[in-house]
Design a protein around this ligand. Structure first.
Ligand SMILES: *Cc1c(COP(=O)(O)O)cnc(C)c1O
Length: 458
């Protein structure tokens, strides 16, 4: 198909931005370069395909309306109705779901929608402790989920794994109305069936939040909760390589009656709008439709396989270099390291690695003596590395780079550190070379000399 008005608008818009607003254009240019030239190992991140990015930039975002396809509160929705129907169909297809809502602005909003529509204020919610790897929206005191509801938290066993008997005991004692499973920092398979048995025993709703592992679930590399939990939620920008946003999915229980007398599907449909949100971002809905189409391809299943294979290799390599890998390994894209045992904080590790072009994030670990801004852990993920085409073979080099920095960094308090300049230069050069050898697909690296490490970041 030839470039139509949509494509021309994007090209012309980019040209006008460069000409009329070089400051902002320059910043966006620099950010894209940064993504090319750094080894991104943030487990909660991915890189959206250019075809997803252009949907986000499309004029579908100009359409103001409320409601759903065929039942909008404004005229002019004939085309965007088709876009949203397409996104819903693709979401159902990708996850084998019976109902999908593609409007949540984020994964957090999706969880708030579920909480506020199925519970009354003060009801008991059981979720994983934030420090054990749970998410803020699962009942943390800092979030509305912990302020408007009575939150009870489960932790992990000594081995770093979910202790399902302990979860069941807490459920019997506190009688939650809703149980969250799925986490932000848990590298192992979640047994959704065990959770559902606990929920059924105490009459609670089970909500599976698969924000981190949605790609593995769609690819069949992690068991799916869609027909096991009452409700499944996810963000779309992590392992779905999509735009920033959320999804709500229902399977087998879509027609279950809630306290309102409506079905679960109708209850959630009426909760995203008008209960929690106003206008949908239809440009983002288009981007979700595009990402979900990619998720359904054999290429995506191969990518997901590379994600887990790389992650397993990374865990093994780091372990063999004497690093403490939580739970001893991984089943997912995620590897958690305890750097406190090496006398480091997560914050120092994060900053030292960033100064060498390796982007990770500090993360609390079970029993962490430090708060969330310092922490004793580092969370790594392979979503972006695998997208670049790296697999187990390249993880030996990534582990070596990580190890070189973590072994050389000398802490000075909880926040400051000293890193030998020669080490920094060597690692930064090798990390940049790795990025050049494995460019982001469809984003060829510019043919210019890569800048050296950003000394300012130290
Ligand atoms: C990232 C995450 C979310 C929140 O997603 P946002 O789209 O950033 O709001 C929710 N739950 C879990 C488990 C997450 O990891």
């Amino acid at each position: 198909m030839t470039a139509g008005i949509f494509s021309r608008t994007l090209t012309d818009g980019a040209a006008r931005l460069a000409a009329e607003d070089p400051t902002l254009h320059g910043l966006l240019e620099r950010e894209q370069l940064r993504q090319h030239e750094t080894l991104a190992m943030v487990a909660a991140a991915s890189t959206a395909d250019p075809s997803v990015l252009v949907c986000e930039a499309s004029s579908a975002g100009n359409v103001t309306t409320e409601g759903y396809p065929g039942a909008r509160y404004h005229a002019g929705c004939e085309v965007v109705d088709e876009v949203e129907r397409l996104a819903v169909e693709r979401a159902k297809e990708a996850f084998g779901a019976r109902y999908a809502n593609v409007q949540p602005h984020s994964g957090s909003t999706a969880n708030q929608v579920v909480l506020c529509s199925l519970l009354s204020p003060g009801d008991v919610v059981l979720g994983m402790d934030l420090k054990a790897g749970g998410h803020l929206t699962h009942g943390a005191p800092a979030s509305m989920s912990g302020r408007f509801f009575t939150a009870v938290a489960y932790g992990l066993g000594e081995d770093g794994l979910i202790d399902y008997d302990a979860v069941a005991a807490l459920a019997r004692r506190h009688r939650p109305r809703l149980i969250f499973c799925g986490a932000s920092a848990y590298p192992r398979t979640v047994d959704f069936r065990r959770f559902r048995a606990v929920a059924d025993e105490v009459g609670a709703y089970l909500v599976a939040d698969i924000s981190h592992i949605a790609g593995l679930v769609a690819a069949g590399l992690h068991p799916s909760p869609v027909d096991v939990a009452h409700v499944t939620t996810t963000s779309t920008y992590k392992q779905l390589y999509g735009p920033r946003g959320g999804l709500i999915l229902l399977g087998r229980d879509a027609d279950l009656r809630t306290a309102s007398g409506k079905t679960l599907a109708a209850t959630l449909q009426d909760a995203v709008f008008p209960y929690l949100q106003g206008t949908p971002r239809l440009n983002t809905v288009a981007a979700k439709a595009r990402a979900l189409a990619q998720v359904a391809t054999p290429e995506f299943r191969r990518l997901a396989r590379r994600v887990v294979d790389a992650s397993a290799a990374l865990a093994k390599e780091l372990d063999s270099r004497g690093h403490h890998v939580l739970t001893g390994g991984t089943d997912t894209h995620m590897v958690l390291l305890d750097v406190g045992r090496r006398g480091l904080t997560g914050r120092i590790a994060e900053r030292a690695l960033e100064s060498c072009g390796i982007v990770v994030n500090k993360n609390s670990i079970p029993g962490d003596p430090h708060g969330p801004r310092v922490t004793s852990g580092v969370r790594l993920g392979t979503n972006v590395l695998a997208l670049r085409g790296m697999g187990p073979a390249e993880m030996a080099e990534c582990a070596e780079l990580l190890d070189t920095v973590l072994a050389a960094v000398v802490p000075a308090g909880d926040r400051d550190y000293v890193l030998d300049e020669a080490v920094r230069t060597e690692v930064a050069t090798r990390a940049a070379a790795l990025c050049r050898r494995f460019p982001l697909p469809d984003h060829p690296l510019p043919a210019r000399a890569l800048p050296g490490p950003t000394a300012a970041a130290a």
